[in-house]
Each structure stands twice: as structure tokens, then as C-alpha cells.
Design a protein around this ligand. Structure first.
Ligand SMILES: Cc1cc2nc3c(=O)[nH]c(=O)nc-3n(C[C@H](O)[C@H](O)[C@H](O)COP(=O)(O)OP(=O)(O)OC[C@H]3O[C@@H](n4cnc5c(N)ncnc54)[C@H](O)[C@@H]3O)c2cc1C
Length: 421
């Protein structure tokens, strides 16, 4: 997985006489736009479709928290590659920047999750992630945070934040420069078996124009289950609602320039933001309808985040809390918390899916998009998912489920989720 230079490498097709494969990427979020650019950079003839604008889905509503603090080996490798590419894009993509910023995981006294943190940090360090266990008092000395009620904390120093919409826009421009045809305001649907699409009029009952491709990549985020289900492919990717807000803090001071903090016991996080801070939590563990959910933040969410900020930053910050905007968006859950990435259904259909990020899709998008590009091209070259040289990741096999599973939606950032074997 991965290359040293994020933006300039090419996989030149072995046979220069044959036409390049025609690949459709459906979904212009962070994952789809990266996959489209990376496919084109490797020689494919790519058309990227979005039913709205690029970034119209979850990617345009994400918080932009980036870290590589994962305990599981595949996750850690993907996240490391994603951070490497984010940093490279900071130099090479006009309009995109990453702000380095430590990421603190804090667990309060009395929270049983505290016991899992040292082993979790050991596993992260075992994958060469720059994560350390920190005594709460030492944390309070290093950062402007209240730490008296904490049992344990960890600091990931290889982290940072960015504006997700700017990543999608800048990568969309990179895709165009690589030769991708970008079709926005163009809903599509799968046209039966094989890599064909009905372009336009999807969901309206009218047929649209049929177009055949050599492969179709489905990166439609919260619409994944409905999109594939309409073509008879059942996958358990369940959308759920999460919330975030931006606010000025501390009266006149407005800005927050401390670390990013995930208060695991409260299930809330915050990070610096150009207008003060950005904070989020509000995971609703119930399925949401991607075509009909409330996109505004709830009052209870603002109150609950304010309480966490009061506890971590002190009363003064919250007294001056000036909420600019509170919003909701969708994340996607799977039965085992791992995403679905690879061929879905009969490999001969050449339909590939990339979805089910459990709240971590944006920060892994540069690596996942690259992985999808390499996987699709290897598959078109005849490398099966089960072959030893296949780049697809077994743990992410889209066909590991029946599709009809019922399961509880688990919050993806929790210590339990991160520490699981
Ligand atoms: C409030 C909030 C905060 C978050 N914070 C973070 C964070 O800090 N870090 C992180 O890693 N993740 C975060 N996430 C999760 C992150 O947003 C997602 O995991 C990620 O954006 C998913 O990207 P995607 O490209 O898979 O999907 P999306 O960005 O949802 O893109 C899917 C696209 O498919 C298009 N589409 C759907 N159906 C069709 C169709 N039929 N035809 C054509 N196009 C179609 C949609 O219009 C959409 O643009 C957050 C999410 C929310 C809501």
C-alpha cells in the first residue's frame, strides 16, 4: 500500500497499445474524488459522478480531525499513509492546508474504559505511531486543559486538522488536471448486472441514459445500502446521525489554540478552528434516512458539548461561548466496525464499493482512495481478491456479510472501538 510521492507517481499501463480502462466513480466525497484522481493518475479513463456538488455529502460536513492513532495493524498502516499524503498535499494542492496539532484522548476517573488505554497505546506504538500515555497532571502542565477528573490520557503527536471541504475541492481540481471528467448534479444508478450505469434520473422512476464501463466504483457514503440494494446487492452499511458546531470561546479572546481533545467518557471532541473552536459528538445510535434527516444541530447537543467544554476548558470559555453554527451529518456503521472496500457481488460484474467508515472516512480518504485505485486496476488486470498478490484487504471484504444483519450502531471513536482486537 502506498507510494512515497502523493501527487506525481504514475502506473503506466503495460500495454500502451490497448485503450485505457473506462472507470466510473460514483460519489464525489473525499473517498470518491481521491479514488478518481488516483485512478486517472494511473492511466484510467475516469468519469466521476455526483448527484449534487462535490463534497455535498458527509465530507462537506465533517470536522476535519486527522490522526493515525489506531491500534489495529491495517488501520494504523492506512492512517499513516493517509497522514503522509495529507502532509504532501499541503505542499502540492493549491487551496489545501493541514495544521499540525496533537490529539489527546482523555478518560475520566470511574470510566471502565480507562483500564484499556495503556494496552491500546502499546498497540499503537507497536505500529510506530507517535502516541504516548500521559499522566493527567503532566497533561495539564503541557496543555491549557483541566485534568483533575481524568484517570488516564494519551497524546498522539502525529495528528492535525484541516478543512474537509477544501480537501474535496482541491482534490477535485487534481482529478480534473489528471483528466477525470467530472459530472456534478448527475444522479446515477447501477444498470443491472455488470459495470453499467443509468446516468441521470436515478430515483425518479425514469430510466436515464445507459452507459457501460470497464469498472464502477461505488463511493456514495450514506447512500451505499440503498444504492447497491436497488441493484439487488445487499450490504449492511447503516447511516447514523452525528453533530458538530463552531463557536467563538472565552468572550473577547474567541480563539482556542490548545490540542485537539477527545473526551472519551463524554463522547465529545473539540479542536481549534479559525473562528474559535469546532466541537462535536451527538452520535445517535439509530439508523437515519440519508434522504430525510434533520441537518441542523439539536439544542441538547449544544448543551451537552458546552458541558464538556466547561469541564475541559473551564467556566470562562463556556461563559463566552458564541455558537456560530451547529449542524448534523451522517456517518456509516457496519456490523464489525470495519469498512467495505473491494469487489462486491460477482467479481465478473466489476462493481467495487468503498464505504462504512464508522466516523473515520475523511481522515483515511487519501489512503483509501489510493487503495481503491490500485485494487480496481489490479482486478481489471485479472488479479482476483483471493490471490496472494491482490491489494484488497481481507478484513474489508464487502462480501463478508449476508447483508441482512441486525446490529447495534457503535460510536466509532470510543476507546472500546479503538482498542478492539
Ligand atoms: C459532523 C461530522 C463530523 C465528522 N468528522 C470527521 C472527522 O473529523 N474525521 C473523519 O475522518 N471523519 C469525520 N466524519 C465522517 C466523514 O464525514 C465521512 O466518513 C466521510 O466524509 C465519508 O466520505 P465518503 O466520500 O465516503 O462519502 P460522502 O462524503 O458522503 O460522499 C458520497 C457522495 O455520493 C454522492 N451520491 C450519493 N448517491 C449518489 C448517486 N445515486 N449518484 C451520484 N452521486 C451520489 C453524494 O452526493 C455524496 O457527495 C464526520 C462526519 C460528520 C457528519
Amino acid at each position: 500500500m502506498g507510494r512515497s510521492d502523493a501527487s506525481t507517481d504514475r502506473d503506466v499501463p503495460a500495454d500502451r497499445g490497448s485503450p485505457p480502462p473506462e472507470v466510473a466513480v460514483v460519489g464525489g466525497g473525499a473517498v470518491g474524488v481521491t479514488a478518481a484522481a488516483d485512478l486517472a493518475a494511473r492511466g484510467a479513463d475516469v468519469t466521476l459522478y455526483d448527484r449534487g456538488d462535490l463534497g455535498a455529502g458527509s465530507s462537506g460536513r465533517a470536522a476535519g480531525v486527522l490522526y493515525d492513532a489506531y491500534a489495529e495493524d491495517v488501520d494504523a498502516a492506512l492512517a499513516a499513509r493517509a497522514m503522509e499524503r495529507f502532509r504532501a498535499f499541503d505542499d502540492t494542492l493549491p487551496g489545501f492546508s493541514v495544521t499540525p496539532c496533537p490529539y489527546v484522548i482523555a478518560v475520566r476517573g470511574g470510566d471502565p474504559d480507562a483500564e484499556a488505554v495503556p494496552a491500546m497505546v502499546d498497540r499503537m506504538r507497536g505500529h510506530d505511531r507517535d502516541v504516548s500515555l500521559v499522566d493527567p497532571a503532566a497533561l495539564g502542565e503541557r496543555f491549557p486543559l483541566a485534568t483533575d477528573d481524568l484517570a488516564v490520557a494519551a497524546v498522539a503527536d502525529g495528528a492535525g486538522w484541516c478543512d474537509p471541504a477544501s480537501y474535496v475541492a482541491a482534490t477535485g481540481e487534481r482529478a480534473r488536471r489528471e483528466g477525470v471528467t467530472v459530472e456534478t448534479d448527475t444522479p446515477v444508478s447501477l444498470a443491472g448486472e455488470g459495470p453499467g450505469l443509468r446516468v441521470g434520473n436515478a430515483g425518479t422512476g425514469r430510466s436515464g441514459t445507459r452507459r457501460e464501463f470497464d469498472a464502477v466504483v461505488v463511493a456514495v457514503g450514506a447512500h451505499t445500502s440503498a444504492f447497491l440494494g436497488d441493484a439487488g446487492r445487499e450490504v449492511p452499511v447503516v447511516p447514523y446521525r452525528v453533530q458538530a458546531l463552531t463557536a467563538g470561546v472565552g468572550g473577547g479572546a474567541r480563539s482556542y489554540d490548545g490540542p485537539m481533545v477527545y473526551d472519551a467518557t463524554a463522547g465529545a471532541y473539540f479542536r481549534p478552528h479559525p473562528t474559535g473552536l469546532l466541537a462535536g459528538d451527538g452520535t445517535e445510535p439509530v439508523p437515519a434516512d440519508p434522504d430525510d434527516y434533520d441537518r441542523t444541530g439539536d439544542d441538547w447537543f449544544v448543551e451537552s458539548v458546552s458541558a464538556t467544554l466547561r469541564e475541559r476548558l473551564g467556566e470562562a470559555a463556556v461563559e463566552g461561548l458564541d455558537v456560530e453554527r451547529a449542524w448534523a451529518g451522517l456517518c456509516t456503521a457496519t456490523p464489525d466496525g470495519d469498512p467495505l472496500v473491494g469487489p462486491v457481488g460477482d467479481p465478473a460484474d466489476r462493481v467495487f464499493v468503498a464505504a462504512g467508515w464508522q466516523g473515520h472516512g475523511f481522515m483515511r480518504a487519501p489512503a483509501i482512495g489510493e487503495h481503491v485505485a490500485e485494487g480496481v486496476l489490479a482486478s481489471l488486470d485479472g488479479t482476483g481478491a483471493g490471490d496472494s498478490e491482490s491489494p484488497w484487504i481481507d478484513a474489508f471484504d464487502p462480501d463478508r456479510f449476508d447483508g441482512g444483519e441486525e446490529f447495534e450502531i457503535a460510536e466509532g471513536m470510543s476507546v472500546e472501538s479503538r482498542a478492539r482486537e
